[in-house]
Design a protein around this ligand. Structure first.
Ligand SMILES: NC(=O)c1ccc[n+]([C@@H]2O[C@H](COP(=O)([O-])OP(=O)(O)OC[C@H]3O[C@@H](n4cnc5c(N)ncnc54)[C@H](OP(=O)(O)O)[C@@H]3O)[C@@H](O)[C@H]2O)c1
Length: 253
């Protein structure tokens, strides 16, 4: 359960090597979160981070194997993780791949891998997650969507479509859980300097994992249903969303 100051006590992260997710977990531990479970493809890669989180005050840090594309493992993964820890105040879905748009346009397998990771994988693991969260009757489920979900651009429409699917799923889920005690938050960052965007030209209003983490933590405290990072992107995307197609398609990649 959240403590008296509204801080989450326990967090489960899916895609625990994500730089945005790790910055969020560090910010939460600094605010007294005590149980951290990082679900990742290769737990060995996070041994240093595990030690750092313990040193920062986390009492329990667990690294567990998880692959968003291994759909058949998701139900057992969720049940075993919740059975071991009792309940979670926050589940953060952070995994995702940007993919290579040029490759995706000629290689259906690559395009499908982007969609299956970002959308189908998220749906597959969320269904059993929701069953456990409903049963415990409290907690937040946060999804790392993207501004790319707001309107698909020709430069990355496969990724944009996968995030649009995820975003719509999360919004509908949030409404369906209203009154259940379980809160859904959709996070829409713009360009964030992480390994995902390494070597790319920063977009306007580019930000850092720490700034996105602060926006997520503040959003959790307020029970926001949508978090833009940075906040100005809400207004920017409201304009971009309604630009005529002939104008929108000329916006450079
Ligand atoms: N960076 C941006 O500009 C930006 C903007 C908007 C939204 N986002 C979204 O924010 C989230 C976090 O991204 P990030 O910027 O923190 O990038 P990141 O550091 O590259 O994190 C992406 C994470 O997804 C994990 N992942 C990929 N495929 C997976 C799979 N099949 N199973 C399990 N985990 C998998 C990666 O794990 P491995 O370490 O095993 O590869 C990695 O930890 C993503 O959903 C991304 O789409 C990012």
């Amino acid at each position: 359960m959240k403590d008296a100051l509204g801080t989450v006590q326990s967090v489960l992260v899916l895609g625990g090597t994500s730089e945005i997710a790790l910055a969020t977990v560090r910010a939460l531990v600094a605010e007294r979160t005590r149980t951290v479970v990082l679900a990742v493809r290769d737990p060995e890669r996070l041994r240093q981070e595990e030690a750092a989180l313990r040193a920062a005050g986390a009492e329990t840090v667990e690294l567990v194997p998880f692959d968003a594309l291994d759909f058949s493992s998701h139900a057992a993964f969720v049940d075993e993780t919740f059975d071991r820890h009792g309940d979670f105040d926050l589940v953060l879905l952070a995994f995702g791949v940007l993919g290579d748009q040029a490759v995706a346009e000629r290689d259906a397998r690559h395009a499908c891998e982007v969609v299956q990771t970002n959308f189908t994988g998220a749906v597959s693991v969320t269904v059993p997650l929701v069953a456990r969260l409903r049963a415990q009757g409290h907690g937040a489920l946060a999804f790392l969507s993207s501004v790319a979900a707001e309107r698909a651009r020709k430069a990355n429409y496969v990724y944009g479509a996968s995030k649009a699917g995820l975003d719509a799923f999360a919004q509908g889920l949030g409404d369906s859980l209203h009154g259940s005690g379980v809160h859904v938050m959709v996070v829409r960052p713009g360009f964030v300097h992480t390994k995902m965007t390494e070597g790319m030209k920063p977009a306007p209003f580019a930000t850092t994992p720490d700034e996105v983490a602060q926006a997520i933590v503040a959003g959790l405290r307020r029970d926001d249903h949508t978090v833009w990072a940075p906040a100005i992107l809400r207004a920017v995307m409201a304009v971009l969303r309604h630009l005529p197609r002939a104008v929108f398609r000329r916006i450079p990649g």
